[in-house]
Ligand binder design. Sequence first.
Ligand code: HEM
Length: 606
Amino acid sequence: MAVGDSLIKQTHSTRVKCPAIITKTPHPFRTLFSFPRCQLSTPKTPPKMSHLTLSLLASLTELALYHHYLSPLPITPSLLQSHLLPLFLSHYLPLKIYTLLLYPFYFSPLRHLPTPSNNLPLLGQTLTLLTATSPVQTYIDYANAFPHAPFVRFLGLFNSETLLVCSPEAHKEVLQTHCYDFKKPDILHRFIGDFAGRGLLFAEGEAHRVARRALNPIFGPGSIRRMMGVFWEKGEGLGGYITGLLGEEGEGVIDVNELYVKATIDVTGATMLGVDLGNLRDEATDTDFLTSFRRVFQQPPLSALISFINLFLPIRPFLPIEANLGYLRASHRLRQMTLSIVNTRIRELSQPNHHNPVSNGADLLTMMLQNEIPLTTSNTTPTPTQITNELLTFLAAGHETTANALLWATYLLATRPQIQSRLRTEITTHLPFPNPNSPNSPNTTPPSYENLDSHPYLHNFTRELLRRYCPALMTFRQSLRPNLTIANTPIPKDTILCLLPSLASRATHIWGPDADDFNPDRWDNLAGTKADTPYAFGAFLHGPRVCIGRQFAIVEFKALLVVLVTKFEFLMTEELERLGGREPPTTNPGMGYVPAGGMRIKFKKI
Ligand code: HEM
């Protein structure tokens, strides 16, 4: 069985034929991306023109008619104040009152859907969402409060309406059956589009189908098999780096947040770009990928505020202050660095006998260039800019999510010694040890792709981690069609839907009252339960837009975890002991499911 196959079977029911191979799918990112949880969708129905424009046009027309047919008006600046302003307000204010205060409560066709009631005037659920213990908790509470509802409607800033997709059936219809009846809304573009590239993640309709078909093979098992060497090498690099940090004592406390981001950026550099980024040797420079990604993913407060306002009002391009410029510079640097690597590789590949010692040619960039995959409907060879866009998405989507998964994995192992020793026993008993110099090593061949997938407890641990601590927070869709019905619910055109990969995975009516417990063994006992459906597990979502990098992420995660578990023992720090088994608080608002004050774990060399 291929790595992650059974996990993938849990997530996908369809298989799509690709030119070269058959891949498992017909696909944030850690908001994938993650997203500020105060819902920002604007109430789109009924008026299509903005209220401002509509009111201004109506006022100007009325003034012109008055001037022409009734009594000529003096065209002076004072006309603005004496006539235009009062007229404008007489149109604009009622429209606003209707949209903000009346429409969501008395006219919206969605008003009969289950809706949390503790709304604040004009803020709806914004404060509840922003003050929750984690960025996803309020949504999980909604879903648990209305266990049979396909959708829960909630009001956000300015009483904007958003539908939270809840039931497995509704997930299936939105993500699979009606996938292309939705698009990614503009706010998602404005939120991550600057640094995440305008590639596959934002392609729509036919353009998405074409790009997806072209890119599927390079994320398939064949490519990942070729990357195994890099995964193990980087795992060893991570092990060596930690050993260096622990020094002669062989034990010490490490903040794993930054550590794992460094490791996964290095893996990303090698497997996606075919370059050695050197973070695990502390050789990266100030203008590197790590610094730039940190600037856009972990924004200082003022910059985060600008990002937030930018969702409603595109102010980013016009604000000449450092908090904004720093973000723009980082986004620009990411693009320039990636584009420069693309251009260099194009030149290198035109040389006869070119050999890349970092990836041996098994990196996504080289594969895209060598296969000349057509990313657009025009069926032409992609330009360096198009390839850069795709790579930026892979880079942004690929490293934080996996780093985050490793962080929670280490936390779980430190706080659950029995799970830790069971996992270590399975790995060291059955897997050829990846380090040829290790005294524990029964042979010197690193585990293969198949080998890595043949360990049930490792596999259950991985699935349970992605279920309970899903690194991707949420994503959005906007309905494109009038008369669309999903799970027997009419969905008006332009409705904003919010999808949480962790929602179904953590619902108590699906997984039982212990849904929030971390229990890898539950995966052996799913038969006949409500969780025995692919749509009960959503870490990578589903359908034609399911995460294209899921198999890559699972293999990378497992390989790095195997190396860590075989080299180190993880122990609780006093800080974790003081929590008495309670989970550390997570950042909210934030860009992912991450502990608010970092995550310190005691490492002990084995
Ligand atoms: C544990 C790690 C990961 C998780 C939890 C995850 C989760 C997700 C989710 C939920 C989506 C759906 C977004 C949406 O439809 O709006 C998605 C899309 C995507 N992911 Fe991942 N992802 C992970 C790793 C990766 C990696 C390693 C890559 C690339 C190497 C990647 C590349 C992408 C791309 C390109 C898309 C857009 C696909 C499309 O629209 O067709 N992801 N991911």
